[in-house]
Design a protein around this ligand. Structure first.
Ligand SMILES: Nc1ncnc2c1ncn2[C@@H]1O[C@H](COP(=O)(O)OP(=O)(O)OP(=O)(O)O)[C@@H](O)[C@H]1O
Ligand SMILES: [Mg+2]
Length: 407
């Protein structure tokens, strides 16, 4: 069937009128589709005339599955490589540590990162009478990705839109998640087929219950203008399709390292030939000396090095204020986070997570800082990550009592 505009569905207009349709289009699901006088000359005429009519039969099955999932969080960005999968994976880990029932669905069909980031490479999915069984990391953290279906992880998946859309529908319809508090969806970059399909399916399935069916977007950006420009488009996409924006995560917001991971060099410019020749730079590694001086000057302290890598001054905060969407937090570039993603584990130390679950982000941050003073280099991303997770729970808490109770 000709593709319809998500915008039409969202605006409460005719959900099944393609964007390029003629005026007075009867709608792709009408008996008159492709046959009415208004269809003459429409580019969709032949496809509409032959396609099956009526509401999408998959929607009822999707609605049945999704009615058991309280909150669907679509992790989106207009830009690639800004940390959507990292945020999805760490959010899923952190929500599960707070005791919620969590599912993580990877709809990045051409570049699935979730199996690697959850430490599940080489796992396979099994099907039973109840549907496809997701792969479990923990009792309350279930994962589904096309990565589990590929015989060779190095193989490129070259699929056109309709096939990708078919698999996304199948993920929503056939995966036996059971009861979930949160389904975190890791999306590919942009605003293309996959995004429209998942939004339309979730909204279509929720039509009976009204609203967005508990679906909302978590948008990830970096502080760079190039990312923020694309993220503005993502926010406007969400508006067009009627997907509430839960908030924005500014990722890679500054670099934070334990000082001992930094290298220091002394750079001097020397003029060749006693001043007559070209100037040349001489760089000397002085890391050991600098670290020794710092240790002497600040005994017992774990020193952190911070630098704004991309730009100073909170580009995402401004964009959020301009566009009227909440900023969930700023996550620094932290080698601990990259290492956790590569190792397929949660960056949250068990004690920090426990503190967070019991007492909230501030106490967790304090606990981490204390741990640091006892000699373990603190992971700078933990406090901001806990704060982001806290806000996600808070923003979604109004909808059910359990989330509120977990505060
Ligand atoms: N805050 C961070 N600190 C350190 N490393 C990070 C951080 N955020 C992301 N990374 C690393 O950057 C790389 C890209 O991140 P990720 O794969 O999550 O981006 P993405 O937006 O999902 O990319 P794609 O658009 O390709 O799906 C990964 O190797 C990840 O480990
Ligand atoms: Mg990704």
């Amino acid at each position: 069937m000709a593709s319809t505009t998500a915008g039409a569905a969202a605006s409460g207009g005719t959900a099944d009128v393609p964007e390029n349709a003629n005026q007075h289009c009867p709608g792709t699901s009408s008996d008159q589709a492709g046959k009415s006088a208004a269809c003459a000359g429409c580019p969709n005429q032949s496809i509409c005339a032959t396609a099956p009519k009526g509401p999408d039969p998959d929607l009822a099955a999707i609605a049945a599955r999704m009615s058991r999932v309280k909150h669907k969080l679509l992790v989106l960005s207009g830009k690639g490589g800004v940390g959507k999968s990292t945020v999805s994976a760490q959010l899923a880990f952190a929500l599960a540590r707070r005791g919620f029932e969590v599912g993580l669905l990877d709809i990045d069909i051409c570049g699935p990162s979730v199996p690697k980031m959850l430490g599940l490479e080489g796992q396979e999915i099994h099907s039973s009478g109840a549907g496809w069984s997701p792969v479990y990391v923990e009792d309350n953290l279930a994962v589904m990705s096309i990565g589990f279906m590929l015989p060779n992880p190095d193989e490129a998946v070259i699929w056109r839109g309709p096939r990708k859309n078919g698999l996304i529908k199948q993920f929503l319809k056939d995966v036996d998640w059971g009861e979930l508090d949160y389904l975190v969806v890791d999306a590919p970059p942009g605003t293309s087929d996959e995004h429209i399909t998942i939004t339309q399916c979730l909204q279509g399935a929720a039509l009976g219950s009204g609203g967005s069916g508990g679906a909302a977007a978590v948008i990830v950006t970096t502080p760079q203008d190039v990312a923020i420009i694309d993220v503005r488009k993502e926010v406007s996409f969400c508006r067009k399709v009627g997907l509430p924006v839960l908030g924005v995560v500014e990722n890679m917001a500054g670099l934070v390292l334990p000082a001992e991971r930094a290298a220091f060099s002394a750079v001097r410019v020397k003029q060749a030939d006693g001043g007559a020749g070209p100037a040349e730079e001489v760089e000397e590694d002085v890391t050991a000396q600098v670290l020794a001086l710092l240790a002497e000057r600040f005994p017992g302290a774990a020193l952190r090095l911070r630098a704004e890598v991309f730009r100073e001054g909170g580009g995402a905060a401004r964009m959020c204020a301009d566009m009227g969407v909440p900023l969930l937090g700023r996550l620094p570039l932290d080698p601990a986070l990259g290492a956790a993603a590569d190792a397929g584990r949660s960056v949250l130390a068990p004690e920090a997570a426990a503190a967070g679950a019991a007492a909230g982000a501030a106490e967790a941050a304090e606990g981490v800082a204390k741990g640091g003073l006892e000699g373990v280099a603190p992971q700078a991303c933990i406090a901001p990550l806990m704060a982001i997770v806290g806000k996600v729970v808070e923003q979604t808490a109004g909808v059910d009592g359990k989330a509120a109770a977990a505060q």
